[in-house]
Design a protein around this ligand. Structure first.
Ligand code: LRH
Ligand code: MN
Length: 386
């Protein structure tokens, strides 16, 4: 499509940021504190609102329960709206409790499965209170050794448990089912791939769709093909965007393989009906500042989408049907090699934000002010004098 048509699609692009990426996070080795990092759900919402003000395209923030739990969710909703954002997907947490050692909805014990279901039911109530229409569910369930549990039994418990969660959904609320190859278990995962997630969603009903976390696949997986098939089947509910070099590294989206991100966004750009595909980021900023990393992530998604929208679909289809293999590939490559910075500058002018939102954050003194306000070490302490 031409630039004006691309601009119209870019104006509609909304990216949801995750509350949990604004706080200090790390690996099992260490959590390195970042000066001014958000510590409370209100500070995490403040930072998400700042990212929206600086990018113009992140009007909602996803919450994780109980990491973001409060006594009054109505008040939290009003607080978020007063900051200029709405509360998006509610993520139940079925891994942060000692009882979940051997799983949650797939656990051998009825008691633990009931505990997990109760938590999911609580999250549906929270979603109602905050005006959210999405429950985004990832199950850490699996086993570490062959023979540890009956794999077929676990699949039965999975289906039964997901049906019980699905039954809790009010009309209009969606259950996004997130799969992941492995971790925290290392022999079997009960929801390991898109196929199992699609089977479960088909079994549940129209309010259940698959969530594609871009870091949750075996090396070499063609993620854009999974996206194309799920779109074709009306089963693509949303994304957790991030990037990885090895496993579930949760790095800045587009920072390792921007061409893959472009190919994924191309499947979205050329699909007629992606209105309700939830574009969400899910990252962990272990060594870098949280807010500018999030802004850079948003810009990387905008860049990939802009390039994808500029693919000449007519010529591409003609080359594909004409069996011009290299010709077709070169049409995609040409779009990918297009410098879309001028187009994105036009977009940001229309959105009334700075042409480079990361630079705007950095020269705007936000980081120093937040470190000051939140009484942590100064931002300078994060950088070495060279
Ligand atoms: C699991 C996952 C899931 C979240 C968690 C923070 O790896 O991608 O989406 O619950 O990260
Ligand atoms: Mn995820």
């Amino acid at each position: 499509m031409n630039e004006d048509a691309a601009l119209a699609r870019l104006r509609q692009l909304e990216i949801e940021t995750p509350s949990w990426a604004y706080g200090n996070s790390g690996t099992r080795f260490h959590v390195y504190p970042w000066p001014g990092a958000a510590r409370t759900v209100h500070e995490r919402i403040d930072d998400a609102a700042l990212v929206h003000r600086l990018t113009g395209c992140c009007p909602s923030v996803a919450l994780h329960i109980p990491w973001d739990a409060v006594d009054d969710y109505g008040a939290l909703r009003r607080y978020a709206e007063a900051q200029g954002v709405r509360i998006g997907a509610i993520n139940p947490n079925l891994f942060g409790d000692d009882d979940y050692r051997l799983g949650s909805l797939c656990h051998p014990s009825k008691r633990v499965r009931a505990l997990a279901l109760r938590h999911c039911r609580e999250c549906v109530e929270i979603a109602k209170d905050v005006g959210s229409s999405i429950i985004s569910l990832w199950l850490p369930d699996g086993t570490n050794y062959s023979g540890q549990d009956d794999l077929r039994e676990r699949f039965g418990r999975l289906t039964e448990g997901m049906q019980a969660v699905y039954a809790e959904l009010p009309p209009g609320m969606r259950l996004l089912v997130e799969y992941k190859l492995f971790e925290p278990t290392f022999y079997s995962t009960d929801l390991p791939d898109w196929g199992t997630a699609a089977l479960i969603c088909r079994r549940l009903g129209p309010q259940a769709q698959v969530l594609v976390d871009t870091g949750h696949h075996p090396q070499g997986t063609n993620v854009e093909q999974i996206v194309a098939v799920l779109l074709a089947e009306g089963l693509l509910g949303g994304f957790h965007f991030n990037d990885r070099k090895y496993a579930d590294d949760d790095l800045i989206v587009g920072s390792v393989d921007p061409f893959e991100l472009f190919r994924i966004m191309h499947e979205l750009a050329r699909a007629p009906d992606t209105g309700d595909v939830a574009l969400m980021i899910d990252q962990s900023h272990n060594v870098e500042g949280k807010i500018d990393a999030m802004i850079q992530s948003v810009m990387n998604i905008q860049t990939a989408y802009a390039k994808a929208l500029l693919v000449n679909e007519e010529r591409l289809a003609a080359s594909q049907l004409g069996c011009d293999v290299l010709g077709a590939h070169r049409i995609l490559q040409a779009a990918y090699e297009t410098d879309v910075r001028p187009l994105l500058t036009r977009l940001r002018q229309e959105l009334d934000v700075e042409p480079d939102p990361v630079e705007a954050f950095r020269v705007g003194g936000y980081a120093a002010r937040l470190a000051e306000e939140r009484g942590t070490a100064s931002v300078e302490s994060a950088y070495e004098r060279t």
